[in-house]
Design a protein. Structure first.
Length: 580
């Protein structure tokens, strides 16, 4: 602290001031205490030199500040307008994302990439901003720059540099993925003995096909060009690797190329690949029967050969699923006939299994039956039939007959009872189709080359919901679509950023022991804001909860004291950048 001497025509006054720097390094001063003019000082302290006393007093205040932490008192003038255009409210929830960003050593990865390329912009600053904003304020690249000043730290990035950085990120995508995977193993355990693979697609707000953007089977049934994403997730629920293909690409051939890259770049060799029926081609099953790999894949009961379908639907020969059974010690239990069950109340799951050999591929077929799921499927169908009945008298309301549309139950008759051509169509409910679908209610099939018990195989397959949830998070919370970029390389880079953002969020979720939902965690990060108290610090304006407490405890810093002094906030910003 030091004194400020203000000289006017009739007097000399003194005040104690202090130099301060904000978190972005901008220097300013603040008045600690006004001491009055020379006459006032002499009246309060007779026989002293006003200037010498003021300097001694300033030194005393400096020493006292070092010895104790003072309560901060902020003075506000109720008549003084706030500065025009000055940003006063900031998000600090991104600091938890920043901590993971540095634990993944993405800053070091960016430096290594920068050293290999000839560009002058700050790739680390751009990638960090894109990841933070994809979670906190997901929007377009233009929107990201417009909202960048909402984060506590300033982020001065040029628009042109963001798009140039996307080209570099696309080129280095494979290197970034494998390095991030390696670095993530120091943060949490990666259960790579079990891998899940699935595909989804993302649409563009355009009509013309070009490059990766092609018309295909849209998950949202939208009439727009799409791109396809194939994603591997490990047994921990963490994204492992991804690939972007044309929207018109068949899903089945996308698995092997990405799996080969995982074998080569990630140095993984022994694992089980779990997929849904749409990806379980004969070729993919053969590929994952080689070396130390295996597979678990869903199997449509309806598409089984006749003798296998009859076996699967036969009510005799069932056992209750027990995931704790050991293969070597398994004892044959008394079989159950499904006709003897109380299907309105029973909540157990039953199974039967057999080995089959088709086209040189030997695999185990496990079929499960759940009365609870049977009741659920029957209830859904009843509602769909009710919906279809309401349209019988007004066929113009019928939609295009999609697979799961209620309109699939509506059939039209174009002849009379005498076999003559009718003058107009007659619409009725197709009871044969209703009965045919009902036969499969509650049944579920899985094929595998594992020797595991049915309970263990069912447990592996049931976790496919996690990769489906992963796609939901990308599409809803992180708003990955629609995509507004045009160049294929930049489209790939966009999905790399989304992949890294997803991994960053998932790691926070893991460190929190999955104690909160995705919506709760992300919404909390978005709401964690502070108000800048000029030259003093930052006042939290969010609600402190058990979730915010756990975030602070897990990551080792706090932003929820009544005021966070500038020096303490600076220290926090340094702490979150450490490669812990």
């Amino acid at each position: 602290m030091r004194i400020k001497k203000s000289v006017s025509k009739n007097s000399v006054s003194y005040s104690v001031i202090e130099n301060v720097r904000d978190i972005n390094g901008k220097s300013t001063t603040k008045v600690i205490e006004a001491l009055g003019n020379e006459q006032e000082i002499r009246e309060r302290h007779p026989g002293v030199d006003p200037e010498a006393w003021a300097r001694a007093y300033a030194k005393k205040l400096s020493e006292e500040k070092k010895l104790k932490s003072e309560t901060i008192i902020i003075k506000h003038n109720p008549t003084k307008p706030i500065p025009k255009g000055e940003k006063r409210s900031f998000n600090v929830g991104y600091l938890f994302l920043k901590s993971i960003y540095h634990q993944l050593k993405l800053d070091k990865i960016c430096k290594d990439i920068s050293d290999r390329h000839n560009f002058t912009y700050d790739l680390n600053k751009i990638l960090a901003l894109l990841i933070y904003m994809r979670v906190i304020y997901p929007t377009s690249k233009k929107g990201t720059l417009e909202r960048a000043d909402d984060l506590l730290e300033s982020h001065s990035v040029d628009t042109q540099h963001i798009y140039r950085a996307l080209d570099i990120l696309a080129e280095e995508s494979d290197t970034i993925e494998k390095t991030v995977y390696k670095n993530s193993t120091a943060i949490v355990e990666r259960k790579t003995e079990l891998l899940y693979y699935d595909c989804t697609n993302f649409y563009f707000e355009i009509e013309e096909e070009e490059g990766l953007k092609q018309y295909g089977m849209s998950k949202e049934n939208r009439p727009n060009p799409i791109v396809q994403m194939g994603l591997f997730m490990d047994g921990s629920g963490l994204p492992l690797a991804f690939v972007i293909n044309r929207g018109s690409q068949n899903e089945q051939p996308t698995l092997k190329p990405l799996e080969k890259r995982i074998l080569k770049d990630f140095h993984l060799s022994k694992f089980v690949v779990c997929t849904d029926a749409g990806l379980s081609s004969h070729e993919n099953r053969l590929y994952n029967s080689m070396n130390k790999r295996a597979y678990v894949t869903t199997q449509s009961i309806k598409k089984l050969k006749k003798h296998l379908k009859e076996w699967a639907l036969d009510p005799s020969g069932w056992e209750m699923v027990d995931s704790t059974q050991k293969v070597a010690a398994k004892k044959r239990k008394q079989t159950i006939n499904l006709n003897d069950l109380d299907l309105k109340k029973d909540k157990h799951v039953y199974h039967k299994e057999r080995w089959i050999n088709e086209n040189g591929l030997e695999q185990k077929l496990v079929v499960t039956f759940s009365p609870k799921h049977k009741r659920y499927q029957a209830g859904i169908r009843e509602k769909q039939i009710d919906s279809a009945l309401k349209k019988l008298d007004n066929p113009s309301r019928m939609e295009k007959k999609r697979t799961n549309s209620p309109d699939r139950f509506i059939q039209s008759t174009h002849v009379t009872e005498d076999g003559e051509i009718a003058g107009k169509s007659k619409y009725t409910i197709n009871s044969a189709l209703v009965d045919e679908e009902a036969k499969f209610d509650g049944f579920y099939g899985v094929c595998t080359n594992l020797e595991s018990t049915p309970g263990e195989i069912v447990k592996i397959n049931q976790r496919r919901w996690e990769i489906e949830e992963t796609f939901r998070i990308l599409k809803s919370e992180m708003r990955t679509r629609p995509v507004f970029l045009q160049k294929d390389e930049r489209i790939k880079a966009h999905f790399l950023v989304c992949f890294l953002s997803l991994l960053t969020y998932r790691l926070i979720e893991k460190k929190m022991d999955e104690s909160a939902t995705c919506f709760e965690i992300i919404q909390t990060l978005r709401e964690m804001r502070v108000l800048k108290a000029t030259n003093e610090g930052y006042i939290p304006t969010y609600t402190r909860t058990d979730l915010t407490d756990k975030l602070h405890d897990v990551f080792g810093f706090r932003t929820d004291t009544e005021i966070v002094p500038i020096q303490k906030m600076k220290k926090t910003l340094k702490e979150v950048k450490k490669h812990k």
